[in-house]
Design a protein around this ligand. Structure first.
Ligand SMILES: [Fe+2]
Length: 249
């Protein structure tokens, strides 16, 4: 009888414990859902902030805004084939969409000058990375957006700007952005020159693989165009989603 009571008591304790666990689990699930909801809302706010910033530049310089869009698709496609984690890809995507935002501080006469830039004008153009950094560092993004943008003209051997960073001092996202930027720039017309073309752009990154550009990024980019036969026009027209990546721009 004593043992039977003990068993009943144990049973009650176990049931109470079970109920408590179930309630806690329910609470944890609800908390998880709340956190996820908050995170998604925050992501949306970041998206809208980036869109707003990008359209400010577009009002003044639609050419650069279009360049940013194409570079974003290319950078995300390269990163996708490199199997970068989703979170890193998201940071790269937003940084790419804003990478030339600093041109807002460069006079339009220089940006749209039909001839070659003088050394003094080129020095002014180069300030766009620092201007962008100063704008973006004020936003507390959960990704190193301001630094990726600041570093997109740095080169592996230290010959880039603004800091002359070398090798691993440069963020991987900035190295991907650098290659995508060069490919887009050389494949498109500029006010001061016709487009050298995609083949010359691919030859440029191949020649400077390991010197100016990160080898893995170069190999992935070359594979994309040479083996997978993706054309540059696809980056100009299609969304990234339709090109086999989850990242739309
Ligand atoms: Fe740039």
């Amino acid at each position: 009888m004593k043992d039977e009571n003990k068993t009943k008591k144990q049973l009650i304790n176990e049931l109470t414990e079970l109920r408590r666990n179930t309630n806690e689990k329910k609470k944890t699930n609800e908390e998880k859902k709340e956190i996820e909801k908050g995170y998604n809302k925050l992501r949306l706010i970041f998206e809208e902030t980036v869109d707003a910033l990008s359209s400010v530049l577009g009002q003044r310089d639609p050419f650069t805004q279009n360049h940013q869009r194409i570079v974003t698709k290319l950078a995300c496609t390269i990163a996708g084939y490199m199997n970068l984690p989703d979170d890193t890809m998201e940071g790269l995507r937003l940084a790419s969409l804003l990478h030339d935002i600093g041109k807002i501080g460069v006079p339009t006469e220089i940006l749209s000058k039909p001839g070659r830039l003088t050394d003094a004008e080129y020095r002014i153009v180069k300030t766009h990375v620092q201007i962008a950094y100063d704008i973006l560092k004020k936003i507390d993004f959960p990704w190193p957006i301001a630094h990726i943008v600041l570093q997109h003209h740095e080169r592996l051997n230290g010959s880039g700007y603004p800091q002359g960073l070398k090798g691993n001092e440069i963020l991987l996202e900035a190295k991907i952005l650098a290659v995508a930027d060069v490919i887009e720039a050389m494949s498109s017309h500029r006010p001061y020159r016709p487009a050298p073309g995609l083949n010359k752009a691919l030859a440029e990154i191949k020649k400077n693989k390991g010197v100016l550009y990160e080898p893995e990024v170069v190999d992935t980019c070359l594979e994309l165009f040479n083996k997978r036969k993706i054309s540059f026009e696809e980056f100009q027209t299609k969304s990234v989603a339709s090109m086999g990546s989850n990242f739309e721009s």
